[in-house]
Design a protein around this ligand. Structure first.
Ligand code: FES
Length: 870
């Protein structure tokens, strides 16, 4: 069987004819630009051209491409106008979906130009959406993808651009040469597969591996109890993935079943089966919180309240009095949000190799430093013996901060087998047991006084994070809208379901979903403008500037009055606001070394698509006056100076000032260290042989007024001030079919200095896309009888596609951060928090019906409009 791939012929064994072509490309031919993500033809990441037509290679047997010409992203060579356009418009973040998009878009653009001429008009947005409907981007880079494809159709990128792309690693990702953990293949490497629990609650009595030669390791906890379906039990390794799967399927697990509780409402009942039967077991519960889990008492399966309040007794009393007198300025409601799954397109993956006393780990991680700490503690190694690589990371959103099971499995298997082992989660594992934002039930009371000021707020939040604890949603309501009395209580309701994990702005979107809709409701009752009311309540100067910006938007001034429309399609505009903590890693360093006339920047951080490579490059180039080719950034590796984890929006604000400090020190070393004398350009000095090997290490200078927390927690401190966001969203509601479409979104962000304008906008746009997913589509479903996650594929777990993406405008308010070194703070989290609430308020404005439960599914909308109880 002969297959022509990128112009070269390959003879294939007949045994391969039924195998998916993606395996041939990646494993046999080493063309790892083609990515395997869903394995079901839904996401488009594995798209290749077959005789010029885009096809998904995960569903294409090798026999189907015999005698035909296959073109992968590598075959496009890097000079297709679409590739140039993707680079110029920054139509990517983590880059894991990018090869699939590029291959499909190239075919579309080629066809468009044949049909419409070389310098054609750009296609309409809907035409591009149709062409790329079979592709998913979890980072939400859709806005720039639209722009890139439209521009390529006009011929605007037929020639090389004059300036480099805004993202320094863009071409590596666009040509498929960027190497992710899933692409690592070492000599003699085995594949590992995790054996998972099929029971929701059981003690594992025995694990039997029939094939005596199979390398197996135990992944059970000390009490040998599994508390959800999908909980890792063991891992096996074999020379191929197929053989490992076969071996895993033969493993026999003997369970002693225990009563399970699979529903939060049942778990809250005093007679509900207990998830944790002992204090020791409770202490070992995984945490869904980003920081410390606040201490709290347990009552059966309910843990809490972990309380944070401000005159909580006063707030409760005022609410009760208002209720008794029937005060209509009291808004009381119960809001719910669904479990949202991170599902980064690059799955959790790890390749491990032992080399004498040294441990080498390639891992898809948001925190290479934490991997070193965890590995050195677990395997009792000096940190310098642990070598970690995460060169490119295909998204994370919080799910890859803490070291997880694929790391343990790969390292243990590699030790047991005496060979390198790779463990890559499949999509079902990724959607079941690789992180989720816990669901919530929020009971809220909000009261205004005679002057329309905030008089009292109470919020009880029950977090539905499966076996995990640490729900921290209500506590966030302490941080906004002044100091009026409030009682804020967080509870965990544990169940026999997979654990939650911090997810972009943990706790923030559910808090905003409830509070921001309640404020909207109150504004309506008071006959007040929702933006004006927030501005009155909110003493934060940065957010007040955002309110002024939002109030001046024509779409706000010209919006139809809430509930005023009739007819099938109705338009509504909603607003919501949010703030977020400013986190920083003050121990961050950046080292710069001159190597062959190039300044090489290194730090122990990683780039999961947020763009820290580009930020470092930009800062160093600006400070030293260097062209792009004179600065190279190497991140995602240990063996260098300390860098931050990529979580809590801390990376840029920690790294960029350290990079600037390093650049100044390098300049000083070059100009006064006998390498050519002061006064010459740095480029000139770099060309001198004396510059080679000159090194400088910069440290992040302390903020002018210090930090809010006097000590660092896990390397991080809370800085002074809050970032802010205001989202204004326009929706179109189809009242007959129950469909809601976000048509336009304006995002105002107050985060100070923006280090890389294009990349920051992309982050904010992606945050909006994820917020729309949270609002309208994303919901994990579980079989109520067995605890099996039903939405374990990307068809049933729906994330936003390109056609769901509204037109987005981002506005940055840059003042108010002079006390922060570098003048800017993180924005990746604050930019998503209030999106869903703005959608909810827009739906109410369009229809007069207020959604309380997320996602706002068509059935819920239709039931709501019909006045049917949900
Ligand atoms: Fe598309 Fe990350 S850039 S999934």
């Amino acid at each position: 069987m002969d297959v022509k791939v990128n112009g070269s012929s390959h003879m294939l064994d007949d045994a391969a004819k039924d195998q998916p072509a993606v395996g041939l490309l990646r494993d046999t031919l080493g063309l790892t630009g083609t990515k395997l993500v869903c394995g079901a033809g839904v996401c488009g990441a594995c798209t290749v051209q077959v005789d010029g037509t885009p096809m998904v290679s995960c569903l294409l047997p090798c026999a189907a491409v015999a005698g035909r010409a296959v073109t992968t992203v590598e075959g496009l060579g890097g000079s297709h106008p679409v590739q140039r356009a993707f680079a110029a418009h920054d139509a990517l973040q983590c880059g894991y979906c990018t090869p699939g998009f590029v291959v499909a878009a190239a075919a579309f653009v080629d066809r468009w130009r044949v049909e419409h001429g070389e310098n054609a008009e750009p296609p309409a947005r809907a035409v591009i959406a149709d062409a790329l409907a079979g592709h998913l981007c979890r980072c939400g880079a859709y806005g720039s993808i639209y722009a890139a494809v439209a521009a390529a159709c006009t011929g605007a990128h037929d020639e090389d651009g004059q300036t480099g792309p805004p993202r320094v690693e863009a071409m590596a990702k666009i040509t498929g040469s960027a190497r992710y953990t899933t692409d690592v293949r070492l000599d003699g490497q085995l594949d590992g597969v995790i054996v998972r629990s099929t029971k929701a609650h059981a003690v594992v009595r025995a694990v039997t591996v029939p094939d005596a030669g199979t390398t197996t390791v135990d992944l059970l906890p000390d009490d040998r109890t599994v508390r959800y379906v999908g909980r890792p039990i063991a891992a096996v390794a074999a020379p191929t993935l197929a053989a490992a799967r076969e071996a895993a399927a033969k493993v026999v697990v003997e369970y002693q079943e225990l009563p399970a509780v699979l529903d939060a409402a049942v778990a809250r009942r005093p007679d509900g089966p207990l998830v944790y039967g002992s204090r020791a077991a409770r202490r070992a519960a995984p945490a869904s919180a980003e920081g410390l889990v606040m201490p709290a008492r347990w009552h059966g399966n309910v843990r809490g309240p972990s309380a944070m309040g401000w005159r909580g007794g006063t707030a409760a009393r005022r609410i009760e009095q208002a209720r008794r007198r029937g005060d209509e300025r009291l808004v009381s409601a119960r809001y719910t949000t669904a479990v949202q799954v991170h599902t980064p397109l690059e799955p959790h993956a790890c390749v491990a190799r032992w080399s004498g006393p040294d441990l080498h780990i390639w891992v898809s991680s948001q925190a290479v430093g934490m991997v070193v700490e965890a590995a050195s503690a677990r395997w009792k190694l000096p940190p310098e013996r642990v070598h970690v690589v995460a060169e490119h990371v295909g998204g994370g959103f919080g799910a890859k901060v803490k070291p997880t099971v694929e790391l343990v499995a790969a390292v243990e298997l590699a030790r047991a087998a005496g060979a390198p082992v790779r463990v890559v989660l499949d999509r079902a594992e990724e959607l079941t047991d690789a992180g989720n934002r816990p669901g919530t039930e929020v009971e809220l009371n909000l009261l205004a006084d005679d002057d329309g000021r905030l008089a009292a707020l109470t919020m009880d939040v029950y977090g539905d994070g499966g076996v995990s604890t640490g729900s921290s949603v209500a506590a966030l309501a302490r941080l906004i809208y002044g100091n009026a009395p409030r009682r804020l209580r967080d509870f965990d309701v544990v169940t026999n379901l997979p654990p939650g994990t911090p997810f972009r702005g943990p706790g923030g979107p559910p808090m905003a979903w409830a509070l921001e809709q309640a404020i909207d409701e109150l504004a309506q009752r008071l006959g007040d403008d929702p933006i004006a009311l927030r501005r009155r309540w909110d003493g934060n100067a940065k957010r007040r500037a955002l309110y002024d910006w939002a109030a001046a938007l024509p779409v706000w001034a010209q919006r139809p009055p809430p509930g005023s429309q009739t007819g099938r399609f109705r338009r509504g505009v909603g607003v919501a606001a949010a703030n977020w903590l400013y986190l920083v890693d003050p121990g961050t360093e950046v080292e710069l070394t001159v190597e062959d006339g190039v300044v090489v920047a290194r730090t122990g951080t990683q780039d999961m698509g947020t763009g820290i490579r580009s930020v470092i490059s930009g800062v160093v180039r600006a400070d030293l006056g260097l062209p792009p080719d004179r600065v190279r950034v190497e991140v995602g590796r240990t063996g260098t100076v300390h860098g931050p984890a990529s979580g809590g929006s801390r990376t840029t604000t920690s790294v960029a000032p350290a990079a600037r400090d390093a650049a100044r020190r390098l300049r000083a070393a070059l100009t006064s260290g006998g390498t050519g004398g002061a006064g010459g350009s740095i480029v000139g000095l770099l060309d001198g042989s004396a510059a080679d090997g000159v090194r400088a290490v910069g440290r992040r200078p302390r903020d002018r007024r210090g930090y809010f927390t006097p000590f660092s927690m896990g390397g991080v401190r809370i800085g002074r001030g809050f970032s802010g966001a205001v989202h204004v969203t326009e929706v179109e509601v189809d009242t007959r079919l129950g469909r809601i479409r976000a048509t336009r979104v304006w995002g105002g962000i107050a985060a100070g200095h923006i280090y890389s304008e294009r990349l920051a906008r992309s982050q904010c746009e992606g945050s909006i896309v994820q917020g729309i997913g949270f609002a309208l589509y994303e919901q994990r479903h579980v079989d109520p009888a067995t605890g099996i996650v039903l939405t374990d594929n990307l068809e049933d777990y729906r994330i936003p596609g390109i056609g769901d993406t509204p037109e987005i405008e981002i506005h940055f308010h840059r003042d108010g951060w002079d006390h922060v070194t570098g003048g800017g703070v993180g924005l990746g989290e604050v930019a998503t928090l209030s999106v869903a609430a703005s959608v909810g308020n827009a739906v109410h404005a369009a229809t007069g019906w207020r959604p309380l439960d997320l996602p706002i599914r068509p059935d819920r909308l239709l039931a709501g409009l019909a006045g049917v109880a949900r």
